[in-house]
Design a protein around this ligand. Structure first.
Ligand SMILES: Nc1ncnc2c1ncn2[C@@H]1O[C@H](COP(=O)(O)OP(=O)(O)OP(=O)(O)O)[C@@H](O)[C@H]1O
Ligand SMILES: [Mg+2]
Length: 250
């Protein structure tokens, strides 16, 4: 098995997981090529969050194996702190430090964890903020920002670590509708930089637009995996057809 092959960033092989008696992942396998965006969609409880969280070992697994850029994530000797510095995770909750200004929220980990000089970290943070349309917010406290702005700060914070992989788990689902677009625009811009991304989303049109591949999950299994134009036009399973008609009718 050639898991070190340079073109695969994330390789999930035969992963299963239980929470108590509940089987939440059943023999899940998927390979995510470098510089691609994979969209994970499916009904609530499908196991999408659990799956993407296993990729940076926020969840353990019962069986199978996961590789990120050639590193076996759940192997006993793996340095998880190091691995997690290379994987950016953005979820519904922004979890910014309320007592730190935006700039300091972003530079904290690069300085403390990666040992970056303060000036260099701040320069990069300002550039990231500017690229996300937040150039004037560096000196502001997060509580003074809208949800969409806070989420973009959270994205900047993740990017400040120069991750190899970005994981988004429903990054817009806690936002008011009028704030969703600015966050989706930020993610779209990021996708164009060629970083590898795993994106869990209920935004079907967005997934169709930016993903290279759609992975449809239900009941802990991957039921379909296809390019978006194929998946959305011709879902193969009844479960996906039902899901899509419910989602696209909303
Ligand atoms: N810590 C936990 N303990 C027990 N059960 C859990 C835990 N986390 C998740 N589950 C269960 O695992 C299943 C999969 O949950 P998961 O959060 O991965 O689903 P999801 O596809 O992300 O759903 P949603 O679209 O609602 O976010 C669900 O049945 C959920 O109730
Ligand atoms: Mg979820």
């Amino acid at each position: 098995m050639d898991t070190n092959s340079g073109d695969v960033m994330v390789s999930i092989r035969g992963v299963s997981k239980h929470f108590g008696h509940l089987e939440v992942l059943r023999n899940v396998s998927v390979d995510v090529p470098r510089s691609t965006v994979f969209g994970f969609i499916g009904p609530s409880g499908a196991g999408k969050s659990t799956l993407v969280r296993t990729v940076n070992a926020l969840e353990d697994i019962d069986s199978g194996e996961i590789w990120v850029d050639g590193v076996s994530v759940h192997a006993p000797g793996t340095n998880l702190n190091r691995l997690r510095t290379e994987i950016g995770l953005v979820s519904q909750s922004f979890n910014l430090y309320p007592h730190l200004k935006v700039l300091d929220n972003i530079t904290l980990a690069p300085i403390k964890v990666k040992g970056r000089p303060k000036a260099e970290a701040e320069e990069r943070a300002r550039a990231l903020l500017a690229s996300l349309g937040l150039g004037d917010k560096a000196e502001v406290y997060p509580t003074r920002l809208s949800g969409g702005q806070q989420q973009r700060v959270a994205i900047a914070r993740a990017l400040a670590m120069e991750p190899r992989l970005m994981i988004f788990d429903e990054p817009t689902s806690a936002l008011d509708p009028e704030l969703i677009k600015e966050v989706l625009d930020a993610i779209r811009g990021l996708a164009q930089t060629g970083i590898t991304m795993l994106l869990v989303t209920h935004e079907m049109h967005f997934a169709r637009e930016i993903c290279d591949r759609i992975v449809f999950m239900a009941g802990g299994e991957i039921l379909e995996s296809a390019p978006p134009e194929e998946f959305f036009a011709h879902p193969r399973t009844q479960r996906a057809r039902e899901f899509l008609s419910a989602m696209l009718d909303r």
